[in-house]
Design a protein around this ligand. Structure first.
Ligand SMILES: NC(=O)c1ccc[n+]([C@@H]2O[C@H](COP(=O)([O-])OP(=O)(O)OC[C@H]3O[C@@H](n4cnc5c(N)ncnc54)[C@H](O)[C@@H]3O)[C@@H](O)[C@H]2O)c1
Length: 348
């Protein structure tokens, strides 16, 4: 017997939403029942590309439709808490874009609401579904890198400026979701500096330093104000080093058999010897990450499985960004993400 179709409605046909809507519609287990955008100019082209779905400017049409099982939300960050809460209260399974919310308190409220209603709540932390990111996790877990010393990541471009959140909330979730997925741990402290160079109230450039419980340090550079687009991460381990460059057309992941060894020399002294071996690029699955993400959402709805980018990971990401924002407001000093196991709320 085949599983019944999951009837999904998509809200938000702006810059990002149409990419995910295309994949939801392409997946055989979903029936795309509605497309919705408050702005008719954004709604119309998406409605034309998905003629079997009904089109509406009124999100209530979706919440009120008992034939809708699941909702995908690709609306601005400032709407995430309210719209997700309304969707869960209407007993819909939810996939929403990152971040889950903009305070830990709100994120936890959504997580608890989904749990109490036994509904899937998944956040579109897209990179967790990307084949190169998954390959790097496999390599780390297999011990290929050895103990990791530090990770450095750059996510910069000219634009796209967001109106309702800073670059920390816009681009930060990507790197945090990747780092926490790879390392399987949540940073204990975060320091952040940032600036709004264009004079807007929200930062357009931010630098974060994260310290993980294992002692690993990560440096994250985020900018909407850079001469060229970079999406590059270096992982430096005792045995090997990995470079993941999301903009490389074919060899997104490269493994460098390089390192420095500290060898005993005479009279209790040590000398450093450098290793410079082969550079390998593993074969990667060519499936589109958003298709994998949509398929994962479907699987979680059908089986009740907790999504890989589920409430706990999503709340932790909000927790780290909120701590980073606190650090940024008080000059860049390290801020704990948890204190004695208790979430820390914003000071302002
Ligand atoms: N996963 C990724 O890689 C990725 C990339 C870019 C953006 N995003 C996320 O996608 C979301 C949307 O970003 P965007 O750049 O597409 O924004 P956008 O402003 O281009 O689009 C948002 C759309 O939502 C519509 N909208 C807002 N409130 C609505 C409501 N109540 N009812 C119906 N329609 C409503 C707006 O009219 C607009 O067309 C954000 O959460 C962002 O963080 C994710």
């Amino acid at each position: 017997m085949t599983d019944p179709l999951v009837r999904v409605a998509a809200v938000g046909c702006g810059y990002w939403g149409p990419n995910v809507i295309r994949n939801l519609d392409a997946l055989p287990g979903f029936e795309l029942r509605w497309v919705c955008d408050a702005d008719p100019d954004r709604l119309q082209p998406v409605a034309a590309r998905h003629p079997a779905a009904r089109a509406t400017r009124r999100i209530d049409d979706i919440f009120e439709d008992p034939g809708v099982d699941a909702v995908y939300l690709a609306t601005p960050v400032s709407t995430h808490f309210e719209l997700t809460k309304r969707a869960l209260l209407a007993y819909k399974q939810v996939l929403l874009e990152k971040p889950l919310a903009t305070t830990v308190q709100q994120a936890e409220e959504l997580a608890e609401l989904a749990a109490s209603r036994r509904l899937t709540l998944m956040v579109g932390h897209t990179f967790v579904f990307s084949p190169p990111v998954r390959k790097v996790k496999e390599l780390i877990d297999a011990g290929l890198v050895g103990p990791i010393y530090y990770i450095e990541t750059t996510r910069v471009n000219l634009g796209l400026f967001q109106k309702d959140v800073s670059v920390l909330w816009d681009l930060g979730p990507h790197d945090l979701s990747i780092l926490m997925y790879w390392l399987g741990e949540v940073p204990v402290t975060v320091s952040a500096r940032g600036r709004s160079y264009l004079g807007e109230p929200l930062e357009d450039v931010a630098f974060m330093t994260l310290e993980f419980p294992s002692g690993i340090l990560a440096q994250v550079q985020l900018s909407w104000l850079a001469p060229s687009k970079l999406r590059r991460t270096s992982i430096v381990g005792r045995q090997r080093m990995i470079v993941y460059d999301d903009l490389e057309p074919v060899e997104e992941v490269k493994i460098f058999d390089r390192g420095v060894d500290r060898q005993p020399a005479s009279f209790g002294e040590f000398q450093l010897t450098y290793r410079s071996g082969d550079i390998l690029s593993p074969r990667l699955d060519a499936t589109e990450p958003l298709y994998i993400e949509a398929a994962h959402f479907l699987e979680c709805i059908r089986t009740g499985r907790t999504p890989d980018s589920g409430p706990q990971a999503a709340v932790d990401i909000v927790r780290v960004i909120q701590a980073a924002e606190r650090s940024l407001r008080c000059g860049g000093g390290p801020q704990p993400t948890y204190e004695a196991g208790v979430a820390i709320e914003p000071t302002s």
